[in-house]
Ligand binder design. Structure first.
Ligand code: SAM
Length: 328
C-alpha cells in the first residue's frame, strides 16, 4: 500500500470527485477484509468482551478497553504475545465500519462496542438472540466454496451447492456433515423474532394441533407451546435436522420429507421456508399442503388470499414467517 498517494496529492491530480471514487474503489477491492475480520472478532469473543464492558459500565468511564485488556477477557486467552497488536488492527478496521468506537487515551487506542454489537454476541448474553451464528455459518468454507461456483452456474447452469459439494443438494449434504448441521441448527436470531411475533400475533388462540414444517430443532414450537400450553406442537423435519433437537413440553418431533407427506394439524407454520426456492420445489410442497392436490404457486397464493383451503394468517416478510390455518 506504500505506493498509494495521500488524499491531498490525489486531489491535486484528480479533483475531489475522482479521489472519492478512487477511495470507494480501493475499499471495494479490499471488501473481503470486513466480513473475515468481523467473523474472527466474533469467534474470539472480542465483540462479547466489548459489549459486556459497555453494558456493565456504571459510571461511563470503563466502557472503552485497550486491546491488551480485551485480550485478557477472551474465553481462550491468547498465547501469542502479538495478540494485542493484531486485535488493535482488527478493531481499527471494525471502527471504520462503525461496529466499534475508537478513541485515543494517553497516546493509546481504546475501543468501545457500538449498539449494533448486541446483535452479534457469540454467547447468549441477551435474551433477544443473536445473528452471530448465522454470520459465522454464511462464511463457512462450505458456503464460500458454493459462492465460488456462481460464475460457472451463470455460464453453465446447475445447482451451486451441489457443484461445490460432490453433487449433493444442501439438505442431503447436511445429513453427511454433523459439524455443519450443528452450526446450521443453532437457535440464533429466531429467539428474538419469535418473542416479538408472539407479542403481536393472537391467531394461535383456538388452535389444538400446530405443525411446524421444516421446523429445524423445534425451538419455534417450543416458544409457542410455552405461551399456549394447550397446543400440541408437531415439529416436522428431516431425520438429520432432528438428530440434535432437544425436547420441549408438548412438542413431538416427527421425521419425514415434506415433499412426500406432511402431518395434519389445524394450522402450520412455515418459517424461513420457500422464500428462495425454485418453482418446482414450491409446487411440490404446496401440493402436499393442499392435501396432495396439484396446485401452482400462483393458485396457492390466490387461495391463501381468498381463504380457500387455507388462509395465510400472518406474514412477517422480513423473516419469511407464515402461519397457515386450514379451513375446517
Ligand atoms: C432455513 S431452515 C429453517 C428452519 C426453521 N424453520 C427456522 O426458522 O429456524 C430450513 C429447514 O427445512 C428443512 N427441510 C429441508 N428439506 C426438507 C424436507 N424435504 N422435508 C422436511 N424438512 C426439510 C431443513 O432440514 C431445515 O431445518
Amino acid at each position: 500500500m506504500g505506493h498509494l498517494l495521500d488524499p491531498k496529492t490525489m486531489n491535486e491530480i484528480n479533483g475531489d470527485d475522482e479521489t472519492e471514487l478512487g477511495l470507494r474503489a480501493v475499499r471495494l477491492a479490499n471488501y473481503i477484509t470486513f466480513p473475515m475480520v468481523f467473523k474472527a472478532a466474533i469467534e474470539l469473543g472480542v465483540i462479547d468482551a466489548l459489549y459486556l464492558a459497555a453494558r456493565d459500565d456504571v459510571n461511563g468511564s470503563g466502557s472503552f478497553l485497550k486491546p491488551s485488556e480485551i485480550a485478557t477477557r477472551l474465553p481462550t486467552p491468547p498465547s501469542n504475545p502479538e495478540a494485542p497488536v493484531l486485535l488493535d488492527r482488527m478493531l481499527r478496521l471494525l471502527a471504520s465500519y462503525s461496529m466499534v468506537k475508537c478513541q485515543i487515551v494517553d497516546g493509546e487506542r481504546v475501543y468501545k462496542a457500538e449498539p449494533i454489537c448486541k446483535y452479534f454476541l457469540r454467547y447468549n448474553i441477551e435474551e433477544m438472540g443473536t445473528l452471530a451464528s448465522q454470520f459465522i455459518l454464511e462464511l463457512d468454507s462450505v458456503f464460500l466454496n458454493t459462492w465460488a461456483q456462481l460464475k460457472d452456474v451463470v455460464l453453465e447452469g446447475g445447482d451451486a451447492f451441489a457443484r461445490a459439494n460432490g453433487g449433493l443438494k444442501l439438505f442431503d449434504y447436511m445429513g453427511t456433515d454433523e459439524r455443519l448441521s450443528k452450526l446450521f441448527n443453532r437457535t440464533g436470531f429466531s429467539v428474538g423474532v419469535m418473542q416479538k411475533f408472539l407479542e403481536v400475533y393472537k391467531g394461535f388462540e383456538g388452535i389444538n394441533v400446530l405443525v411446524d414444517v421444516g421446523g429445524g430443532v423445534g425451538n419455534t414450537l417450543g416458544f409457542v407451546t410455552s405461551k399456549y400450553p394447550n397446543i400440541k406442537g408437531i415439529n416436522f423435519d428431516l431425520t438429520c435436522a432432528l438428530a440434535q433437537a432437544p425436547s420441549y413440553p408438548n412438542v413431538e418431533h416427527v421425521a419425514g420429507d415434506m415433499f412426500v407427506e406432511i402431518p395434519r394439524g389445524d394450522a402450520i407454520i412455515l418459517k424461513r421456508m420457500l422464500h428462495d426456492w425454485n418453482d418446482e420445489d414450491c409446487a411440490k410442497i404446496l401440493t402436499q399442503l393442499s392435501g396432495g392436490k396439484e396446485r401452482t404457486k400462483a393458485e396457492y397464493e390466490a387461495m391463501a388470499a381468498n381463504s380457500g383451503f387455507a388462509s395465510c394468517k400472518f406474514v412477517c416478510p422480513a423473516y419469511h414467517l407464515r402461519v397457515i390455518e386450514f379451513s375446517k
